[in-house]
Design a protein around this ligand. Structure first.
Ligand code: C2O
Ligand code: CU
Length: 492
């Protein structure tokens, strides 16, 4: 029953179902040429359909949390426009850079051809101010993803948006599809700390100043704390809205709702709970799992969870996102159309937050999911995560990115990373261009692209190095990444 290495991440081609949105037949009607000219990597077979999007990163004024603020966003909105395609379709996204720094777009979690991965200085030079670049690739896997700038802390300023890939062969077991992006938005707030890049520079220069920072201490504390504790910032947002004017999901009694949670925050882990309802987890990082019922989901930066909710309890309910290690929270509302109830107060914490929280140990890859072969890895790499003591520097195997060597791997090897977190902060570790399996004692751990490694904990992941190129591998705490917690993995 073993799956061969080459079958791992081999995607099923899709049929000829119609898709919504802007569609044109690819000029030649054939699979687009891979940008780096290689033809060995197993892509989904192309449907030949091309979706054309234009993304304009630009300075923007936004109303968030009751303040009109200056920030950077795509096409004038926070989050950026939703990209929704079918697996096997081609995305052609033209980026016109209207901000004052170089920028790129990374398609987080989608294992595409390397040259289109959007990591500045690794897979492409940054797109200069005033310049244009077109990303063009076949979308190889279905699931819930997002796109974001991969330059500095631009993600934290608002340069992110949802990227949803549907599989027309999947039977739809829901009536409504809702996407929720979580953000710990920081930049541009009047009276706030201003440009997060400046805040980071201050942190790095200032050394270990952690005790003075809001919520920084303790196990599991999240890193949203470049601000004095008396400020209300960062603003915790769901789909660009703070808890005073929350994003509202309007539902009908009897309907099943698919909710796709995407944590686009720079530095915040959340606990998510929906008052009055249980959530059935169906996917993590876009990949299907055996359905599991939970009351609370813990979601790290860069992670995604898809859940199904049955609307069987009319009212207006709090969908709370509580900041781990702090008292702050944000929310969306889950409102039944027929209900006239008053919404709960902005700071109401559902009792569900206290019980039955999802852990990796509860997740198993769904039957039929491609998983790496079992057995002895060809290569085992210890990955030590450290830093934060004495100065604001974060390291992988005792090296910061600017001084580190590339990790060289041969193509099509079964690779095991053995994480050991030797610091007092959690690190959501993200691998580009590949999925991996999280070892969780079940023998069939979930398939993910981002894994939270908790303080002083060990986690193993296994994956097949089947996508050639130079791939970023880093902590998805944007501040840790910028302070050194990144490597480049070269596969050939
Ligand atoms: Cu969403 Cu390199 O990351
Ligand atoms: Cu980290």
């Amino acid at each position: 029953t073993g799956v061969t290495r080459r079958q791992f991440l081999k995607y099923v081609g899709v049929g000829s179902g119609m898709v919504a949105g802007m569609i044109a037949l690819d000029a030649c009607g054939v699979q687009p040429t891979q940008a780096d000219g290689r033809s060995t990597f197993p892509h989904a077979s192309s449907t030949g359909k091309v979706h054309v999007y234009t993304l304009n990163p630009a300075p923007t004024q936004l109303l968030v949390g009751g303040h009109l603020v200056s920030t950077w966003a795509y096409n004038g909105g926070l989050p950026g426009p939703e990209i929704r395609v079918n697996v096997g379709d081609t995305l052609r996204a033209t980026v016109n850079n209207h901000v004052s720094e170089g920028t790129t777009i990374h398609w987080h979690g989608v294992p595409i051809v390397n040259a289109m991965d959007g990591v500045d200085g690794v897979t492409q030079p940054a797109i200069n101010p005033g310049h244009t670049f077109t990303y063009h690739f076949v979308v190889p896997s279905a699931g819930t993803y997002f796109y974001h700038s991969h330059v500095g802390l631009q993600l934290d300023r608002g340069l992110y948006g949802p990227f949803i890939v549907e599989d027309p062969k999947e039977t739809k077991n829901y009536d409504q599809d809702v996407v929720l992006l979580l953000d710990d938005w920081l930049d541009g707030v009047p009276g706030g700390p201003g440009n997060p890049s400046a805040a980071l520079k201050q942190l790095i220069a200032g050394g270990d100043n952690m005790s003075g920072m809001n919520g920084m201490g303790g196990m599991g504390g999240s890193m949203a704390m470049q601000v004095p504790p008396d400020l209300l910032y960062p603003l915790y947002l769901i789909n660009g809205k703070a808890s005073d004017h929350p994003f509202t999901i309007n539902v009908r009694k009897g309907h099943r709702i698919r909710v796709r949670f995407i944590n686009a925050s720079a530095a915040t882990i959340y606990h998510l709970a929906l008052n009055g309802h249980r959530m059935t987890v169906t996917h993590t990082d876009g990949q299907p799992v055996e359905p599991v019922d939970v009351d609370t989901i813990r979601i790290g930066m860069g992670e995604r969870y898809d859940v199904l909710v049955t609307a069987n309890n009319p009212g207006v309910w709090q969908l709370a996102a509580q900041v781990e290690g702090a008292k702050n929270m944000t929310r969306a509302l889950f409102r039944y159309q027929e209900s006239t109830a008053t919404p709960p107060p902005a700071d109401f914490l559902p009792p569900e937050l206290q019980r039955n929280m999802l852990t990796y140990a509860m997740l198993q890859a769904a039957p039929g999911t491609s998983t790496p072969p079992t057995g002895q890895p060809d290569q085992t790499l210890p990955i030590q995560l450290s830093g934060g003591m004495g100065q604001y520097v974060w390291k992988i195997n005792d090296q910061v990115f600017s001084q580190a060597d590339q990790i060289a791997l041969q193509k099509d090897r079964l690779v095991q990373f053995q994480f050991s977190n030797q610091s007092m902060m959690p690190h959501p570790m993200h691998l580009h261009g590949h999925f991996f399996q999280v070892e969780n004692g079940t023998g069939r751990g979930p398939i993910k692209d981002t894994v939270l490694v908790d303080p002083m904990q060990k986690v193993n992941i296994t994956w097949v190095s089947d996508n050639p190129g130079v791939w970023a591998f880093h902590c998805h705490n944007a501040y840790h990444q910028a302070a050194g917690m990144m490597r480049v993995i070269k596969i050939r």
